[in-house]
Ligand binder design. Structure first.
Ligand SMILES: [Fe+2]
Length: 198
């Protein structure tokens, strides 16, 4: 598969970002997710294609831009749709399904058709679940940094507590990801970016 280069992905973010401020926030988050994934790859015995993981990390949140209106207001209720919106953007750019799926399959620890129906989520009923090792790693690495204002790094323990509110099954899924990939080293990244580690 022909992967877009980091510079090409950056240009794609710039194309869809409604403002420079939002581009900075989202693209910096995507770069951080790649740095987290890079650390996990170097420490864990996980057989993944690092170039594919890098492209997935850099692209996964491109759909966030579609949630903003012309006045720069975010449609917070539809936030859960950003993965699917990103999938649509990449598809319209002619990128292969393998890359589009990094967007639609990274939310939380995966959304099942049952989640969509039971929780009444604003998504077409379907499974949005990371399957390949690369998809699972991008989804996992994404959990350790949040685009909140101000942005923060999130420890495995903090995310474990957070995800428990979505039920024991989700908590188990995150535990399985922790076992598969191990804990990332976050403190030096938090210091480098000046973001708090919670
Ligand atoms: Fe993300």
């Amino acid at each position: 598969m022909d992967l877009p280069s980091p510079d090409e992905i950056r240009a794609m973010h710039q194309k869809y970002a409604p403002s420079g401020e939002l581009f900075d926030r989202v693209f910096t988050h995507c770069e951080i997710v790649w740095k987290v994934a890079e650390r996990i790859i170097s420490l864990a015995d996980c057989r993944v294609d690092p170039e594919l993981v890098r492209a997935g990390c850099l692209l996964h949140d491109i759909g966030v831009y579609r949630l903003y209106d012309a006045e720069g207001r975010i449609d917070g209720q539809s936030y859960i749709r950003h993965g699917l919106l990103g999938h649509e953007i990449l598809k319209s750019e002619g990128l292969p399904e393998e890359l589009c799926r990094f967007c639609s399959c990274h939310t939380g620890v995966g959304l099942t058709k049952e989640d969509v129906l039971v929780q009444g989520l604003p998504l077409p009923p379907a499974d949005y679940v990371a399957i390949t090792p690369e998809e699972r790693l991008v989804m996992y690495a994404d959990k350790f940094h949040s685009k909140t204002t101000p942005p923060t790094f999130v420890s495995p323990e903090t995310y474990q507590k957070y995800v428990t509110r979505f039920g024991p099954h989700k908590a188990e899924t995150f535990k399985a990801l922790r076992t598969q990939f191990g804990p990332p080293e976050l403190q030096s990244l938090a210091t480098a970016y000046g973001h708090e580690l919670t």
